[in-house]
Design a protein around this ligand. Structure first.
Ligand code: AVI
Length: 328
């Protein structure tokens, strides 16, 4: 059995409510247009719904990425080499992790995730699957600065950031995050990142608006979560899910659309929405080959290998921390 240690906690107030969630909801509902950061989708219900999304026939990113991790395992392992601590950002249920841990010879595994219950369960499952592999789970918001466990201080690291989660950030935030992780992982580190490609609009929109309504339930759960955790009385039945491709920003936008004029309170604070007004709940940016490489270079990472031959297209990119040196 592997060693599971080091679980940390996120900040909660006296009632056990995540203080950052409360602050983001009030700030987001008070601005025009309304918007709430997508990271708040992932309570236990939202995380389970996201797992359901990844199994949908229309949601290709998980299938395409898993297919490439499987088919190119030997090449990926050769490019990475043995003896690295694998630090997974936003590990969730860690379904792709065994593919990577099986292919390389890791020194340790450090899953970082905001959802403590998910983190605990998946760390324990991996400890059984990889006996003897030290596992140091870190319960934290990986979009903020996260200190690495002391136990891996001297071990070269591989950041593993699958799923195109980087696409959920606008470019400026994505670059801040990748730069932070370059610092946290250190000079000799590598990064294996999954980035979704731009493709035809029909494939993209269907992936985010499936006929079974699972993505709609995932989006609407954000409102349910606000009602559950922040004492809201949002009439969820008066909202609809919308997913559209925005070609200017090269992203799928998800919105919660008011079907009629609506009034509600959260924490006793009142909000109104006119019919047709939306709460912007997620961006999912897609990248061409040059865009993705530029994003990485701008963040202090130099791409050294790319695997992107799945259909529908999705890229797995291996990058190394760029050394600081003079350049023209
Ligand atoms: C987690 N993230 C990469 C997913 C995506 O594709 O942007 C979240 C998601 N939203 C709707 N479906 C999946």
């Amino acid at each position: 059995m592997g060693v599971v240690r080091n679980l940390r906690q996120v900040a909660a107030d006296d009632a056990g409510v995540d203080v950052a969630f409360r602050a983001d909801v009030h700030a987001g509902l008070s601005q025009q247009p309304k918007a709430i950061p997508a990271r708040w989708f992932y309570d236990a219900t939202g995380s389970a719904l996201f797992e359901d999304i990844t199994a949908l026939p229309e949601y290709y990113p998980t299938r395409s990425e898993t297919d490439m991790l499987t088919r190119h395992a030997a090449d990926i392992a050769a490019a990475i080499g043995p003896g690295r601590a694998v630090v997974e950002l936003g590990s969730g249920s860690s379904t792709k992790t065994p593919l990577l841990l099986d292919a390389i010879v890791p020194a340790a595994y450090v899953p970082v995730d905001i959802s403590g219950d998910f983190l605990r369960d998946s760390a324990e499952a991996l400890a059984i699957r990889f006996p003897g592999l030290p596992i140091y789970p870190v319960e934290a918001d990986f979009t903020q600065r996260v200190a690495m466990p002391d136990e891996i201080a001297d071990v070269p690291k591989l950041g593993f950031f699958p799923g195109s989660t980087i696409g959920n950030m606008v470019a400026r935030t994505a670059i801040d995050l990748l730069r932070n992780w370059r610092c946290a992982l250190g000079e000799a580190s590598l990064l294996l990142i999954g980035i979704d490609r731009i493709k035809d609009v029909a494939t993209l929109e269907l992936a985010y608006d499936d006929p079974a309504g699972v993505t709609a339930a995932f989006n609407l759960n954000l409102l349910e979560r606000i009602n559950r955790e922040l004492g809201g009385n949002i009439p969820v039945e008066n909202f609809a899910h919308r997913a559209v491709w925005d070609d200017v920003h090269a992203r799928i936008e998800m919105h919660l659309v008011a079907a009629c004029d609506i009034e509600f309170t959260v924490d006793g604070r009142g909000y109104t929405m006119a019919k047709g007004e939306t709460i912007h709940s997620e961006n999912s940016h897609k990248y061409g080959a040059r865009d993705a490489n530029l994003l990485l270079r701008a963040s202090g990472w130099t791409p050294i290998a790319t695997w992107d031959d799945a259909d529908p297209a999705f890229a797995l990119i291996l990058a190394e921390a760029t050394a600081f040196r003079s350049a023209p």
